[in-house]
Design a protein. Structure first.
Length: 390
């Protein structure tokens, strides 16, 4: 799995597809982010505390045995759902109660693909960090990465400065991730975070070392002010990152916002604005407008999903043949031709007006197979998708 994973990740990078890793604290989150296209998962003690309604800082304090917490969550809840999907174990390498080489064998034996140094003493600063560093605790994290690499386990190294970067590269880390601090935003977010500009400068300084010591190293970022796709896009545009790893940005912040909104909606039912198309389908299509208008509106709202014409005919309570004839007469094209043209025009709009990459546009309009999308796009437009990106 080691060589296959690295090969797959580097192939995606060569094809200008960004990598996404998600630190999960529950099986439901794991299933959802995999469906959304995540490339790998991390199980960190902070993820479990997030699911308990606590802040990520709990993973750095003596509230629980981090390694035991991660092991139980991974073995009982995550791995049975997702194997053989790559999952990284967030190891507290400075735990004085474990024998590091033996514990790495246990992690590997349970089916984890590799490790990540979390919790890390690098998240502390000032005199406290100086005291921890003097005890050699970060060096124990480096040693964990070195030993795991020798055991052919995948490794993600969180680093916080240039010195740590050199140490982790020399230890053989497969993915170097610049950790920018706790994620800003949401009820439980930390207020002390780096600005995006400062984060960009710090990332570039660290990546300069990577380019000198190991240019082929996979480079990612985590946390800090990066909490949504716009923030990540800023980093893509201004640094050499190959991808993004997130925890709160995928799990805590969206959950908080969604749950609060949904609960308020149920509390004040008289203010709920029903989905008009759905309500019209429930009431009966002909009660509101004609069949063809219904199909057009349905396509406009659901073009990114799989659409079956027979199901639309069933909802409209007419035969598929009759609906097909009405649709062709009104639009001058078949349903499938209309749908494809709509999707291709939407893809062009995404690539030209929103600067979406070709692959991103393909995925957004419902094509997971880019080769198929490219072939259909050229057939209907006369040019390849790349024409709109040059």
């Amino acid at each position: 799995m080691y060589k296959a994973f690295i090969k797959k990740m580097k192939l995606q990078i060569q094809q200008h597809e960004y990598l996404i890793g998600v630190a999960v604290g529950a099986g439901l989150t794991a299933k959802c982010v995999i469906s959304g296209g995540a490339d790998f998962l991390l199980i960190l003690s902070s993820g479990k505390f997030r699911q308990m309604g606590r802040g990520s800082l709990a993973g750095l304090l003596p509230f629980a045995n981090s390694n035991e917490l991660v092991m139980e969550l991974g073995v009982k809840e995550i791995l049975p759902l997702v194997q053989p999907f790559p999952v990284f174990f967030g190891i507290n390498a400075s735990d004085p109660t474990i024998d590091l080489p033996t514990y790495l064998d246990i992690i590997k034996g349970h089916g984890f693909s590799g490790i990540n140094n979390f919790p890390s003493v690098g998240l502390f600063d000032g005199k406290f960090y100086e005291a921890l560093a003097a005890e050699g605790l970060f060096l124990q994290e480096v040693e964990a990465i070195r030993l795991a690499h020798k055991k052919h386990m995948l490794t993600i190294a969180f680093v916080f400065n240039e010195v740590q970067t050199r140490l982790m590269i020399e230890a053989g880390a497969d993915i170097l991730c610049v950790h920018l601090g706790l994620t800003e935003g949401g009820i439980l977010g930390s207020k002390k975070v780096l600005s995006l500009k400062k984060a960009k400068d710090k990332v570039n300084q660290i990546f300069e070392i990577c380019d000198r010591l190991n240019p082929d190293l996979i480079k990612m970022v985590y946390g800090g002010p990066i909490k949504n796709p716009v923030d990540v896009q800023y980093m893509y545009n201004n640094t050499k990152i190959d991808g993004y790893i997130g925890g709160s940005a995928f799990e805590r912040i969206p959950s908080e916002e969604s749950l609060i909104h949904v609960t308020k909606s149920f509390k004040k039912m008289e203010n709920v604005n029903e989905d008009r198309l759905l309500q019209n389908m429930l009431d009966g299509i002909t009660k509101h407008y004609d069949y063809v208008s219904f199909v057009k509106e349905y396509i406009a709202q659901n073009y990114m999903y799989e659409i079956h014409f027979k199901e639309l005919a069933e909802i409209a309570h007419v035969s598929a043949g009759h609906l097909s004839r009405l649709f062709s007469k009104d639009t001058g094209s078949s349903f499938s031709e209309y749908l494809i043209t709509f999707r291709m025009n939407k893809a062009i709009e995404l690539m030209t007006k929103q600067d979406a990459a070709c692959v991103e546009a393909a995925n957004f309009v419902g094509y997971t197979d880019y080769a198929q999308f490219s072939k259909i796009f050229k057939k209907y437009t006369g040019v390849s998708p790349n024409y709109y990106k040059t």
